[in-house]
Ligand binder design. Structure first.
Ligand code: HEC
Length: 391
């Protein structure tokens, strides 16, 4: 059931003004009648028969319904040619259109007729000016008007993404190593999540080097903490880097060397730390279980020395094949070489920053209007400590 708004502003020049505020239109026995013209609120309409509706607050009207004068002997006074104006600001007027209103049949079952919708704009006032009546006499009359409010309309502010009271375009961060964590230095703003981008921006080593932040997320997501949380099954506590680095009763710190951790996760009854670890494998004990990609990430972290933080990590070489869309802000670093065969699209802002060489393949392209920098500097070893391999 929709909400109906029906507000009348009386014009003192009118002979009589009354209205019915009922949902069904059969109670037509009272009507607004005017037998004198008066200066129209819209000066363009001069002296005329008019009725003005004003809403307490601006409203979106998606449909309307009219009942013409229907009292016995008075249907001839009914409005015929009508012009409807509306105002969004309460002062200036926009013409919605001219309409021909059918004459009422003076029957008790008169149901009126549908009126116009109002252009999907927020309306403060509606002005109905009667240009002619059905009997052409000097009295104009209308029984009832109903405006239906569009309840789905936005009464707040439509954001840049077209959402009512929405947050606007969000910032998305490049997730090059596909661990769900994004690179705070490379991002784009967009209404929808672009492929390869995530909302998180906590990955200081999006190059593939993992830190405890990345790895602890894997333990959490895969359900390891249900046994290796505060209860510490087998002595292993995976809730912090310091505790995890101590390992458990069987492997101790060896847990973070070689392929010990991945073996414990995947091999039933793994016996690589002097004593067998009771079957089944850790992956069989959890709901989630590490998949191949996650196991590879975990192994890469251990191979990289299982660091707590990864800020010092720097990829030696990088191959960049992903196109950067308009609005992307990208800073790619490598200690040795960056090789690129992607397209830097119009409106993006991209820096390739490598220690010794930036190699741009034949397919590499910078569109006109993109901001692209190739810079020799790179990450990792400070320049003065580099060995003399540069030619
Ligand atoms: C249902 C409980 C349970 C879950 C879930 C579980 N573990 Fe375990 N885990 C154990 C128990 C119990 C031991 C000790 C076994 C022993 O001492 O023989 C153990 C031992 C280990 C060890 C060996 C520690 C050491 O050095 O002794 C590692 C590593 C380990 N778990 C990792 C994991 C990982 C990673 C996950 C998530 C994939 C996981 N566990 C999920 C119960 C669990």
């Amino acid at each position: 059931m929709k909400k109906y708004t029906f507000t009348l502003i009386c014009n003192l020049f009118l002979l009589g003004l009354s209205a019915q505020c009922v949902d069904n239109g059969n109670y037509w026995n009272e009507s607004w009648v005017s037998c004198t013209t008066a200066p129209n609120p819209n000066s363009a309409r001069g002296n005329s028969y008019w009725i003005l509706y004003e809403f307490h607050e601006a409203q979106y009207i998606d449909s309307s319904h009219f009942w013409n004068a229907n009292r016995a002997g008075e249907s001839g006074w009914g409005a015929k040619d009508v012009v409807i104006d509306y105002s969004t600001d309460g002062t200036s007027w926009t013409e919605l259109g001219t309409f021909v209103f059918p004459q009422a049949d003076e029957s008790s079952s008169y149901e009126g007729f549908p009126g116009p919708s109002f252009n999907d704009v927020s309306i403060q006032k509606i002005l109905i000016t009667i240009l002619s009546t059905h009997d052409g006499g000097s009295c104009a009359s209308l029984a009832e008007v109903k405006f239906n409010i569009d309840q789905t309309a936005c009464y707040g502010i439509v954001d840049a993404c077209g959402i009512c009271d929405g947050p606007g375009a969000l910032t998305w961060y490049v997730d090059a190593d596909n661990d769900g964590l994004g690179n705070p230095e490379s991002f784009i703003t967009s209404c929808t999540q672009p492929a390869g981008y995530v909302p998180d921006n906590s990955d200081l080593c999006d190059d593939g080097a993992l830190s405890w932040v990345d790895v602890s997320k894997l333990f959490t997501d895969n359900g390891c903490l249900s046994c290796h949380g505060a209860g510490t099954a087998g002595g292993l506590n995976l809730t912090s880097y310091t505790k995890a680095a101590l390992g458990g009763n069987k492997c101790g710190p060896n847990m973070l060397t070689g392929d010990v951790l991945v073996s414990i996760i995947t091999i039933d009854g793994y016996a690589g730390c002097g004593q067998a670890i009771d079957a089944p494998s850790m992956n069989d004990r959890v709901g989630g279980a590490f998949d191949a990609n996650e196991l590879a990430l975990l192994q890469a972290w251990i191979d990289g020395g299982a660091p707590e933080v990864c800020t010092d990590y720097c990829a030696e070489n990088k191959i960049i094949a992903t196109d950067y869309p308009s609005g992307a802000i990208i800073h790619q670093k490598a200690s040795n070489q960056i090789r690129a065969n992607n397209v830097i699209q119009l409106g993006s802002n991209v820096i390739y920053d490598a220690g010794f060489e930036i190699y741009l393949d034949a397919d590499f392209e910078v569109e006109q209007g993109a901001d692209f920098w190739a810079k020799i500097g790179g990450c990792g070893v400070p320049p003065q400590q580099r060995s003399g391999s540069k030619k």
